[in-house]
Design a protein around this ligand. Structure first.
Ligand SMILES: [Zn+2]
Length: 248
């Protein structure tokens, strides 16, 4: 009995540790609290861009989006927004939705409550001051969170947003390959009856002028392919809507 119990105990401990990592990092997990991902609206796509604003890439991205007459969601870093307020205002003036991606991109699954609050509040206040608009959405850096991350975001008036379509666009030099992987993911999600919440990066949290040419190319390819057949929305269109996959 004892050895079996010991082995079972080990198994449970392993499961608990695995479950914890899943809850903290997996975008679809709701074990640490509810997040906004995507509703049952196949054919709706939200293009979301993280880690900007980036003077080297965001202006070009704005032109691409404008040429397709599509609005996207930008999860901005507070520190970068403070350095480039004119670019932030330009994003807002073009009709895009601006969300909070923390001040300095820490792992908020490993941060204390004080640090989490400071990262979220400082960014929210800076973005609101720059644009004059309330900030209602927050995406945790790396998708990493713990229950306090989500609770604090809500206490500060923001809805936590994850995603259901991402690839490693930050490390792939081929925009075509990035687009190809995202297209097959989006097609699958659509067939399964869900809207697609797509992540790309117009900035880099380690480099304020990161070259995101491949991500921009991929965005252009997604727009060209899906604009005629699907509907692009910003994530606020899905707030308070039907349940997402993990709740279904
Ligand atoms: Zn990020």
């Amino acid at each position: 009995m004892a050895p079996l119990g010991w082995i079972a105990g080990l198994g449970l401990a392993g499961l608990a540790a695995g479950g914890c990592a899943y809850a903290a990092m997996w975008p679809g997990s709701r074990l640490f609290g509810d997040t906004l991902i995507a509703p049952r609206r196949p054919g709706q796509l939200a293009l979301t861009f993280d880690d900007g604003p980036n003077l080297a890439c965001t202006p070009q991205l704005l032109e691409t989006l404008a040429s397709h007459e599509v609005c996207a969601t930008f999860f901005l870093l507070g520190s970068r927004a403070e350095a480039e307020p004119a670019l932030v205002r330009r994003i807002a003036a073009a009709g895009h939705l601006i969300g909070n991606h923390s001040w300095s991109h820490p792992n908020l699954a490993l941060s204390g409550r004080t640090r989490i609050r400071e990262e979220l509040q400082r960014t929210r206040d800076a973005l609101q001051q720059i644009t004059g608009n309330p900030v209602r959405y927050f995406r945790p850096p790396f998708g990493a969170r713990r229950p306090a991350t989500l609770t604090l975001a809500r206490e500060l008036g923001m809805v936590p947003v994850l995603w259901n379509a991402m690839t490693s666009d930050w490390s792939d030099p081929s925009g075509e390959r990035i687009a190809e992987r995202l297209i097959s993911r989006i097609d699958r999600i659509t067939r399964q009856g869900w809207a697609a919440n797509i992540v790309l990066h117009d900035g880099g949290h380690l480099d304020p002028r990161a070259n995101r040419g491949p991500s921009l190319t991929a965005a252009g390819l997604l727009l060209a392919r899906f604009k005629p057949i699907h509907r692009f929305v910003t994530v606020d269109a899905w707030d308070q809507q039907e349940p997402s996959p993990a709740r279904a």
